[in-house]
Design a protein around this ligand. Structure first.
Ligand code: AMP
Ligand code: GLY
Length: 427
């Protein structure tokens, strides 16, 4: 039987989800922007705000969806999974209550502590910004300052890295945050592991390293992620054998405490000298990390989705064993003052063997336009990170003007610096 699948969301992550299932189902999608890559893979597309839970559920019913995949956290926070489940359409994505693991950073830390999930940094939660500032003054060491709610990865300020203690306090006093988490600054190398979760099963995928800073050399403000790489093994070059397993243990401990969790569980880890610590959990695929993971997944993703829905054991996952490098092209000025509404050109013929994923662009009758977020990504694959990086760079000749790219992502010297950094910390 051909399944009818509804995909919610219109970014690069969702384009990679669409490509992973399009050949194996009747695919429909809805999002607030018109992503040409997703539209072309679907039997139907509707422009619907992905946070309008009732409108998404109505569309799912109209197209006869058997199941749905939810891309963005904003949709999870708005209860889109709840509305779909209520309408009898299985949502591969947690309901709003369980998505609090991502959408409420205070809950996330309290949950870890109560459920005894390993890897939780020291933290404190404040509803009063003056009290938070006093804590900064009294704390012996550097802190990360995190608004409790969703900020697209851009609200966190790390003292001793991005800001001074005085700047962090001014940031809090000038903000209208009603709750913040202050936690020990973790030092090390970051990596992501995404797991497919349903029916108590946890199936993990290869580790990925994202690059959050806007500019080359890890300079500039935090972004949603400028690019990312994965290796031929599940681990990354700067990780030791036990690090991947330790991080998987964290994800398994989460699911043990939340046995009804369904969807993707994404762990963002800081590999500190003593092992992986949890920076955050997300309740969905990473963007860009989905674009590293789904192209090398050999197990049909639809089989994961149907097993999840049918209450069966999730299939064991097989991967191609290729390394991947993903690089985003973003509007000039992103993330602080993005040049949205600018017409851009993408020469699809020049992408070559690389994969092209459209992201937060809007396709109109007269052309393709930027929005306030990342425009498109190119993914190279190869038998080493270096080979994948070369393929990604070749593919980037597709990019026209008015876009910015972090060319250093996946380059040998940057990867080598990560390895040296970990070696120094572990000496
Ligand atoms: P988050 O939104 O929690 O993922 O934070 C965004 C980024 O801020 C992370 O990817 C880290 O680079 C940084 N960050 C968050 N928490 C910490 C922490 N406790 N120590 C150091 N860096 C952090
Ligand atoms: N790449 C970071 C995120 O998806 O949150």
């Amino acid at each position: 039987m051909t399944e009818t699948v509804l995909l919610v969301g219109g970014g690069g992550r969702e384009h990679s989800i669409a490509r992973a299932v399009a050949d194996d189902c009747a695919l429909y999608a809805c999002a607030s922007n018109r992503n040409p890559g997703i539209r072309r893979l679907t039997d139907g597309f509707d422009s619907i705000d992905e946070t309008d839970a009732d409108a998404v559920a109505d569309y799912a019913t109209d197209v006869g969806a058997d199941l749905a995949v939810i891309g963005p956290e904003s949709a999870l926070a708005a209860g889109v999974a709840d509305a779909l489940d209520d309408a009898g359409v299985y949502a591969f994505g947690p309901q709003a209550e369980e998505a609090r693991l991502e959408t409420d950073k205070a809950y996330q830390r309290e949950f870890m502590e109560e459920a005894d999930v390993p890897g939780c940094p020291d933290y404190a939660v404040f509803d009063e910004m003056d009290a938070a500032c006093d804590y900064i003054d009294a704390y012996d060491g550097d802190l990360a300052v995190k608004p409790a709610g969703l900020t697209g990865g851009k609200g966190v300020k790390v003292i001793g890295d991005q800001v001074t203690a005085e700047e962090a306090k001014a940031y809090l006093r000038d903000s209208d945050y009603d709750r913040v988490v202050l936690e020990e600054r973790l030092v090390g190398e970051e990596f992501t592991i995404q797991a497919f979760v349903a029916n108590g099963d946890v199936r993990t995928t290869p580790a990925v390293q994202d690059h959050k800073r806007a500019y080359e050399g890890d300079e500039g403000p935090n972004t949603g992620g400028m690019g990312s790489y994965s290796d031929t093994e599940r681990s990354l070059p700067f990780m030791d054998d036990g690090d991947y397993a330790a991080a998987v243990g964290v994800l398994e401990a989460v699911v043990e405490a939340l046995p009804d969790y369904k969807g993707v569980l994404y762990g963002q880890f800081m590999l500190a000298d003593e092992g992986p610590k949890v920076v955050e959990f997300n309740a969905r695929f990473g963007d860009p990390e989905a674009m590293n993971t789904l192209p090398v997944l050999e197990t049909p993703f639809i089989n994961v989705l149907t097993a999840a829905r049918d209450g069966n054991a999730l299939p064991e996952l097989a991967f191609s064993g290729e390394a991947t490098v993903c690089k985003y092209a973003v509007p000039d000025g992103y993330p602080v003052d993005p040049d949205s509404g600018a017409e851009i050109a993408v020469d699809e013929e020049s992408v070559g063997d690389a994969l092209l994923y459209y992201a937060s662009v809007d396709e109109r009758d007269d052309g393709l336009y930027t929005t306030t977020s990342r425009s498109f990504a190119v993914v190279g694959r190869g038998d080493s990170i270096a080979a994948a990086e070369r393929q990604a760079e070749d593919g980037l000749s597709a990019a026209g003007g008015g876009l910015r790219i972090r060319h250093d992502v996946g380059k040998a010297d940057l990867v080598e610096r990560r390895v040296e950094h970990m070696n120094e910390l572990r000496e």
